[in-house]
Design a protein around this ligand. Sequence first.
Ligand code: DGL
Length: 276
Amino acid sequence: MIIDSNAPIGVFDSGIGGLTVAREIMRNLPSEKIVYFGDTARLPYGSKSKDTIIRYSRQIVRFLQSRGVKAIVVACNTASALALDTLEKEIDIPIIGVVKPGARVAAQATESKRVGVIATEATIRSGLYTKLIQEIDPEISVIGKPCPLFVPLVEEGWRKDPITEMIARRYLEVLQEQDIDTLILGCTHYPLLRKLIGDIMGDKVRLVNPAYETSMVLKNLLADQHMENQGGIKEEFPYRFYVSDAAEKFKEFANSILPYDVERTKQINLEEYQEL
Ligand code: DGL
């Protein structure tokens, strides 16, 4: 198959959280175009079953392929943990998730061999962070803690609210007792609470942001496979945003966190993009 290196990168998430990954790609791969899809009609994924997440992710991959993307980044930790394995076997363009890059960096960073992971219920239940970290070093203990309330708090815009701090302290208490030296922010929304989480966990705990690590893996992958965009960005809209619902709300949130002015967000009907 001939891949057009000037084609955009497809990035998808259950909603707005994956913009933290898109943001890292914009910062670290400024010559790449992006087609972003946020499944705002069907989020959260973090409380759904594996079968449902696979079905939703397949439709999104099909949509992104219809937009001619050259590679896909599964920005959602939950979809990376539960659907990436399946998707990889079904498509012939490169596809990467956020879990593996985060797990690898955490395994390299820990000295005490005690790593914490905070994520959605589904990601923690999948055990994938633990599996990948222990494949690198079986002596590392991985302590997982679901923090489901972080997602709606971030979406409500309460990143610096005392309520969020109270909830964060309650969630993180068990990890503070575990003597970890590394903590993976294993959900798209959590990098937006980085300062708060860092203040609570203290200087001795290194925070790993899988969004950043994923952009680095993408950069290497494009270089290795000679797929980097050589033509530069000439389009008026190099970043395109699609959602399954609530386009205006998405746009507002996007403009609050991206280093780019999002002028347009288009709502599409995913039902038209059934199974692969
Ligand atoms: N994007 C999801 C993740 O990173 C969080 C939001 C959701 O549950 O859909 O796991």
